[in-house]
Design a binder for this molecule. Structure first.
Ligand SMILES: *Cc1c(COP(=O)(O)O)cnc(C)c1O
Length: 399
């Protein structure tokens, strides 16, 4: 994967596991759903809740300001952007929606998207098409199952106002070529909105290299932050082209009785009330990921996921369903005669956490490929080859 480059310092897996209390209780293959928090995240969240209980919520936020303000610096460092280009939200869906519904769209304007697009994003396209008369067009997949960049290039014109891409779908192990898409959108006048929920914390993400104008991410998945956290990156050059769908006293200033002005930075997409404990936890999660290095994380996740795919493929009746030239830490598969929902439950009873992806939330992907449900694993750097073996043995035993 990193041919021609220096390999990053490998992760000390024993240390990573000793910093992950959940590792001694479960075999956690669900980092694409919600990962296991490491101790520094957990301790920081608990400490802030304790402080709130002891001295009061407003007073605790004031005292802990350096800790939650650091979340912007940590995210900016990870994404290679400015701290003023970031909004922290209660989840990634809200971050994405704030960006999407801020984009001016009218009749005949075109939105281009791909088959990996997240369910809620697609629903928002349908809603806004209904309201505005804009058009929603699907870019086909190429022979590898990723977005066809040649097709995208031929579809671009003046009417395209938005190219929306999901970097890694939640229904199979594909990694879309986000940087190539960025090069195609650049200079076209369209905005490029990247849903990076499954890639943040799993891959190095550089918004300048990707060339996206907007990027949304969640805290609880591969980033290993607390649930109920998300963020939005808004490139400063596009801020004034957007019209936030909601307003409140965090996002705007009430200048005079009948006049307001938006906040100067991307925090115009935030709400005033938030869980400060969670924001502090998010900062810790980013710092924790950066302490291992995202190159090192990507390499280990890629290796473990490939090991799992290769081993699963040797089990009679098992088929792996991941698409893409480059693959992520998400591994999807089916076993003949075993309903993935039942597989999830039976493995759960053995202390093994996975989920199942259903066509009802992946019509552009699973339904189009004639798949009803697939078992879904999200593997992370704190997982081990022994866990891969134990997991594959458990799947083999199932009928
Ligand atoms: C999980 C996920 C989301 C939604 O994130 P939330 O934080 O749950 O709102 C969006 N897009 C993708 C690709 C996801 O996997």
């Amino acid at each position: 994967m990193m041919q021609g480059y220096l390999r990053p310092m490998p992760i000390d897996v024993q240390l990573a596991r000793s910093l992950t209390p959940g590792c001694s209780h479960v075999l956690h293959f669900n980092s694409c759903g919600s990962s296991l928090m490491p101790t520094p995240v957990l301790d920081a969240v608990k400490a802030h809740l304790d402080l709130e209980a002891r001295i009061g919520g407003y007073e605790a936020a004031a005292q802990a300001m350096p800790h939650w303000e650091r979340a912007y610096d940590s995210l900016a460092g990870m994404l290679n952007c400015d701290r003023n280009e970031l909004a922290i939200t209660e989840n990634a869906s809200r971050a994405w929606e704030m960006a999407f519904h801020a984009i001016p769209l009218g009749p005949g304007d075109r939105i281009l998207t791909g088959h990996a697009e997240y369910v809620s994003n697609w629903l928002a396209f349908l809603l806004v098409r209904q309201r505005t008369g804009c058009r929603v067009e699907l870019v086909p997949n190429d022979e590898h199952g990723q977005i066809d960049t040649h097709a995208l290039s031929s579809m671009m014109d003046q009417r395209v106002k938005l190219v929306a891409l999901t970097h890694m779908p939640s229904s199979n192990g594909l990694i879309n070529p986000a940087e190539e898409v960025g090069r195609l959108v650049k200079g076209s006048g369209a905005l490029y909105l990247l849903d990076a929920c499954q890639s943040v914390g799993q891959l190095p993400l550089d918004v300048k290299a990707i060339g996206c104008d907007l990027l949304s991410g969640t805290g609880r998945k591969f980033l290993r932050g607390p649930r109920g956290t998300g963020f939005l990156f808004v490139r400063k050059e596009v801020l004034e082209r957007l019209s936030p769908p909601f307003i409140e006293h965090q996002s705007a200033n009430w200048d005079e009785l009948e006049r307001f002005s938006w906040r100067m930075d991307a925090r115009r997409f935030e709400t005033w009330e938030k869980s400060y404990a969670n924001v502090i936890g998010l900062a810790q999660a980013v710092d924790h990921a950066m302490s291992w290095g995202l190159d090192a994380i990507a390499e280990r996740v890629g290796d473990l996921a490939n090991e799992l795919r290769n081993t699963l493929a040797t089990v009679p009746g098992v088929r792996v369903h991941d698409l893409g030239l480059r693959k992520s830490g998400i591994v999807t598969f089916t076993k003949n005669g075993v309903d993935p929902m039942r597989m999830m439950q039976e493995l759960g009873a053995q202390g093994i956490n996975i989920t199942a992806a259903r066509k009802e939330i992946a019509r552009l992907d699973l339904e189009e490929r004639g798949l009803d449900r697939v078992a879904r694993v999200g593997i992370h750097y704190f997982n081990t080859s022994e866990e891969v073996e134990r997991f594959v043995a458990a799947v083999s035993d199932m009928s």
